[in-house]
Design a protein around this ligand. Structure first.
Ligand SMILES: Cc1cc2nc3c(=O)[nH]c(=O)nc-3n(C[C@H](O)[C@H](O)[C@H](O)COP(=O)(O)O)c2cc1C
Length: 211
């Protein structure tokens, strides 16, 4: 097996004039491009948090909404990431769409979304996912697969075909960006990188970075 594949990046370009609507609009445009092209898990991004020993730690989650200038994702508040974010409410988000030769990197502050917003989103999920949220104590150890399946069956009989409420420990987080960087692959490894930093006045400072 060779680990030395050589991709030539030449699908598109990223110009300063493409970002006149600001970085949040560009993020939305790029996510929509990925969704329209039906890329698998088009809204997935790597969410990086700091653990209790300040080790950065990343895992994939799904972007579910772009709401009021924030990136919203849903999870278990008692999971490892949930606990990381309670302790240290700052995170990184990295999107990568190889088919579009694009990457977006975001850094920002994280808050919980409102209970109403979490309720609405939870109610929209398939029943199996709702029951799964009750069955799984995300990030905790489990003795066996069978124990997990039993926890699912217990949730099924608890709610017996009725409405499944949102577990109190399950909900959304909103990541409010302070720094965003857009990367578009280009030939000769001279990629386009546009970086936005939020100023104290709330405007975005735009810089082009060397690849
Ligand atoms: C494509 C994909 C999408 C995922 N989406 C989510 C998600 O939206 N929310 C979530 O809590 N976990 C999601 N996961 C699982 C997480 O990557 C992770 O395993 C889980 O949240 C536990 O992480 P933690 O122990 O660091 O809290 C997803 C995994 C993959 C591969």
């Amino acid at each position: 097996m060779s680990l030395h594949g050589r991709t030539v990046y030449a699908k598109s370009v990223l110009r300063e004039s493409d970002v006149s609507q600001g970085p949040l609009q560009l993020l939305q445009d790029w996510v929509e491009d990925a969704v329209k092209q039906q890329l698998p898990d088009a809204t997935a991004f790597a969410l990086s948090t700091l653990d209790q020993n300040d080790f950065p730690h990343s895992r994939i989650v799904l972007l579910r909404e772009l709401s009021q200038g924030t990136l919203v994702f849903y999870t278990n508040y008692l999971s490892e990431k949930g606990r990381d974010l309670e302790r240290h409410p700052r995170a990184g988000a990295t999107f990568f769409w190889p088919q579009l030769e694009r990457q977006i990197r975001v850094r920002g502050e994280v808050v919980r979304v409102s209970l109403g917003m979490s309720d609405t989103y939870f109610a929209s999920r398939p029943r199996e996912s709702q029951l799964g949220a009750w069955a799984s104590q995300q990030s905790e150890r489990v003795e066996s697969r069978i124990e997990l399946d039993h926890a699912f069956q217990a949730a099924e009989s608890r709610f017996q075909g009725g409405e499944v409420p949102r577990p109190p420990h399950w909900g959304g987080f909103a990541l409010k960006p302070v720094h965003m960087e857009f990367w578009q692959g280009r030939p000769s490894r001279l990629h386009d990188r546009l970086s936005f930093v939020k100023t104290e006045q709330g405007a975005w400072d735009l810089h082009r970075l060397q690849p």
